[in-house]
Design a protein around this ligand. Structure first.
Ligand code: ARG
Length: 457
């Protein structure tokens, strides 16, 4: 049997079920590279301040590097008797290099060690996630640029509202993702703080140089208070909160993609590579990828609530509760990375059915506001114009026609001020081109917005 590091204090062995119940190595082994990185920095700092000799430090560093290889080639046998990734690696180090290995943990506790590992891990993952966000943003910009003049109906209440350009719609998605990116960048600053040196909770009596350790590990700051350093999980909650917003945005995009790929809308067609069929209905091509992303949003919301609840009422300093931070955090990272990746791959392969979008924009009297604005320009107060156009729309509904097809003679009955030039404002192209205000849907504005966006990326 494996001797536990705390065996000195104990007379009876751990209950077999408790051993499995309290172990985290099954999931925290994914931190191994960061654990080794942190240990190498700690040993290097210990040698610099004279707690370890240069030779001892070298033995430790070499030992840790060869353990990293053992792990990466699948040779290391993880043991639940050694509870977590930290004690597995430390025990293996002593097996390999002997008594010197036992000096690594000088001036350190698993409490500051695990907080350091998770921060290193999350910092790396945030960078990967931001790269995926950028890839998705770039993919959306390419389509937005190509479809800057493509017209489709814009909706409010999911009822046809006004014609918009497809590029403009995609740029709305981009704005959401840009805010998401800035939230991640902001959260990264607080992730990037070094807890190591806080030891169990109170700091340590060894002359550690925490700023040097921070420098070695690329941390921007050193945690100011040892109690806070070992117990703070705000950074994980902040990250997960940013992740819930990203997933919420992806769920909204997903909803639109699913709707647009239906036979009734048929605005887009997703590539076969991102759809699946039915085992019974031969005609089916299902938008599984957006549906699944929409569904996965729930587990990330769940992770946020788990973490908030985990920390609620927790007294200072470290408590074993905190071991429960890892699974929701890891699951959030995996879900988010996967969802962004599949979106960044799927968007460029999406087919846009411009003719169908245009036809849909002709339905539903989407240029009614333009007709009202036209009357306003002729001197009619807006409320009266609204009433006049309402009647014209009712005429259209009753006669099953659309505004562009109503004759001038008929229009004259609604208002004598209506002239031949009304047909310019009733056209879809005229309508979108008229919305040439900063941030509006006019192709000219969309192109300008794309240039601003490109400059930001
Ligand atoms: N596996 C533990 C965790 O994930 C590491 C820290 C354990 N510290 C302790 N004092 N039991 O949080």
């Amino acid at each position: 049997t494996i001797e536990k590091p705390w065996s000195g204090r104990f007379t009876a062995p751990t209950d077999a079920f408790v051993e499995a119940f309290t172990a985290s190595v099954g999931f925290d082994q994914r931190l191994y590279a960061y654990d080794i990185m942190g240990s190498i920095a700690h040993a290097t700092m210990l040698a610099r301040v004279g707690v370890l000799t240069q030779t001892e430090c070298e033995q430790i560093v070499n030992g840790l590097q060869s353990i990293q290889q053992e792990i990466e080639s699948g040779q290391l046998q993880w043991s639940i008797a050694l509870e977590d990734v930290h004690m597995n690696i430390e025990t293996r180090l002593t097996q390999k290099i002997g008594v010197v290995g036992k000096k690594l943990h000088t001036g350190r506790s698993r409490n500051d060690q695990v907080a350091t590992d998770v921060r290193l891990y999350l910092r790396h993952e945030i960078d990967t996630i931001i790269a995926e966000l950028n890839r998705l943003l770039n993919a959306l910009i390419v389509v937005a640029e190509r479809e800057a003049e493509t017209i489709l109906p814009g909706f409010t209440h999911l009822q046809s509202a006004q014609p918009i350009t497809f590029g403009h719609h995609l740029l709305a998605w981009c704005e959401m993702l840009l805010r998401d990116k800035s939230r991640l960048q902001d959260c990264r600053k607080r992730v990037n703080t070094l807890p190591l040196g806080a030891a169990a909770l109170a700091g340590t009596s060894y002359p550690l140089d925490r700023h040097y350790t921070a420098e070695l590990l690329g941390f921007e700051a050193v945690a100011e208070n040892s109690l806070d350093a070992v117990s703070d999980r705000d950074f994980a909650i902040e990250f997960t909160s940013a992740a819930t917003l990203i997933m919420m945005h992806l769920s909204r995009f997903s909803e639109e993609l699913v709707l647009w790929s239906s036979a009734q809308f048929n605005f887009i067609e997703l590539s076969d590579a991102f759809c699946t069929g039915s085992s019974i209905m031969p005609q089916k091509k299902n938008p599984d990828v957006p549906e699944l992303v929409r569904g996965k949003t729930g587990r990330v919301y769940g992770a946020l609530i788990s973490l908030l609840t985990l920390m609620k009422s927790q007294p200072l300093a470290y408590n074993k509760d905190n071991q429960e931070d890892k699974e929701p955090l890891f699951d959030t990272v995996d879900t988010l990375k996967g969802s962004l990746k599949v979106y960044a791959d799927m968007i460029p392969a999406m087919q846009v059915n411009r003719d169908i979008m245009r036809k849909a924009a002709l339905q539903g009297f989407t240029t009614a506001t333009d007709l009202a604005d036209y009357l306003v320009r002729k001197g009619v107060p807006f409320r009266d114009a609204h009433e006049i156009v309402g009647k014209a729309v009712r005429y259209g509904v009753e006669n099953n026609t659309h505004l562009e097809a109503v004759t001038l003679e008929t229009y004259k009955q609604f208002s004598p001020l209506i002239e031949q030039d009304v047909y310019n404002v009733l056209s879809l192209e005229g309508s979108v081109a008229a919305r040439n205000v900063f941030g509006g849907t006019a192709p000219q504005q969309v192109k300008a917005a794309i240039q601003r966006l490109k400059a930001k990326l």
